[in-house]
Design a protein around this ligand. Structure first.
Ligand code: ATP
Length: 239
């Protein structure tokens, strides 16, 4: 059995004549945090959407949990444990915090375990616990991101994918969020993290891929990538 939860081989994707991904290969091992960083338009969202099946790749193969899912419909991928926290969180603001959490677990039959996990989420996020019966509209952007993460965890991901989770958050919430991702990872969660917040993403990731104009420009150990002169120049404001 392979140690990989996700294996993308030579994937290309286009929007008409725009080549958004060109021969991209990327792997996530069980229990790893892999981050994909890159400038606007580099192809990060297209990569996530291709993995989830929202974009059909022109070429390449995607293997998830040992199965070739390249041609699978979206719902089958989700049922197998591919869970996305989308950009902008997509919290339902006219529903309560508790109802939003329950949505994450709507496919599950093990209601006792769901209740226990929701209580576990409230322990981790006291801000959510205090307002569990209030509409989610009362939450700040940072708290909504925590709710989106909790909701995703209730879907029992085999791989959690997050699209720019730190976008628009205060520095305090960014560090809280990244600490939580790391905590879940220590408990065994595999994570694919798409970020423009390169410095923070590289700090928590084990490995990293840098996309430039749809191609893999750099990839490897996150600490080594963070220290590379090319990345320092391009994303971290100089060495
Ligand atoms: P951002 O952080 O700005 O979302 P990104 O790295 O996620 O950038 P993508 O959104 O994947 O990049 O875009 C990759 C390329 O594909 C860009 O040239 C973009 O303009 C193009 N593109 C993305 N979505 C579409 C679409 N629906 N139709 C046409 N072109 C698109």
């Amino acid at each position: 059995m392979s140690g990989l939860i996700l294996d993308i081989e030579q994937m290309s994707a286009c929007y008409g004549r725009v080549e958004a991904l060109i021969g991209v290969s990327l792997q996530v091992a069980h229990g790893e945090i892999v981050t994909v960083v890159g400038a606007n338009g580099a192809g990060k969202s297209t990569l996530l959407h291709s993995i989830l099946g929202m974009v059909s790749p022109a070429n390449g193969r995607i293997t998830f949990a040992g199965a070739d899912i390249t041609r699978w419909p979206i719902h089958r991928r989700i049922d197998t444990g591919l869970v996305l926290v989308p950009e902008g969180r997509r919290i339902l603001v006219s529903m309560t915090i508790e109802e939003n959490l329950l949505l994450g677990a709507h496919m599950r039959q093990d209601k006792t375990a769901v209740r226990r996990e929701i209580d576990g989420i409230y322990d981790r996020f006291p801000n959510l616990a205090q307002r569990r019966n209030h509409d989610a509209s009362c939450l700040s952007g940072g708290e909504q991101q925590m709710l989106a993460l909790g909701r995703a965890m209730l879907a029992k991901p085999q791989l959690l994918m997050m699209d720019e989770p730190s976008l628009g958050l205060s520095p305090l919430f960014v560090s809280k969020l990244f600490e939580l991702i790391r905590e879940y990872n220590r408990e065994g969660l595999s994570v694919l993290l798409i970020e423009q917040n390169t410095a923070n993403a590289l700090r928590i990731a084990h490995r990293a891929t840098v996309l430039e104009l749809g191609r893999v420009a750099l990839e490897g150990n996150a600490a080594a990538i963070a220290g590379s002169a090319r990345l320092q120049e391009a994303y971290l404001g100089g060495a």
